[in-house]
Write a protein that binds this ligand. Sequence first.
Ligand code: SF4
Length: 128
Amino acid sequence: MKQVSNSQESILVSACLLGVNCRYDGKNAYNKQVAARLRNKNIIFACPEQLGGLTTPRSRNIIVGDRVINENGSDVTDNFIRGAKEFIKIARMFRVKKLILKSRSPACGKRGIVTKLLPKKFKVEYKK
Ligand code: SF4
């Protein structure tokens, strides 16, 4: 997690979109447009799956009903819930109103656990 600059509102961003190698495969999902847009903005970035205690690299995870299951068949829902709660706690700590999240992720995506637990007052933009 990192915060830069001061006065303006902070935006919470999925860390992998900014080039942090926190994805399940140990890689990132760097999005050049997002990074360029956020230059000189107050940004905080974090990875909910890491915040939930999962390792990097880690098994691939998918949402099955209301659970999250990894490719070995283990139920990792508790890790995802813990990480999402920590991520949302960070949003509150820094009075974030807007989040930019990685789409198609079991944590950050539109059907992900962060989105599921995130109060409606937060504005969210999803990026590939
Ligand atoms: S949990 Fe979110 S921040 Fe972490 S790797 Fe997945 S999409 Fe990126």
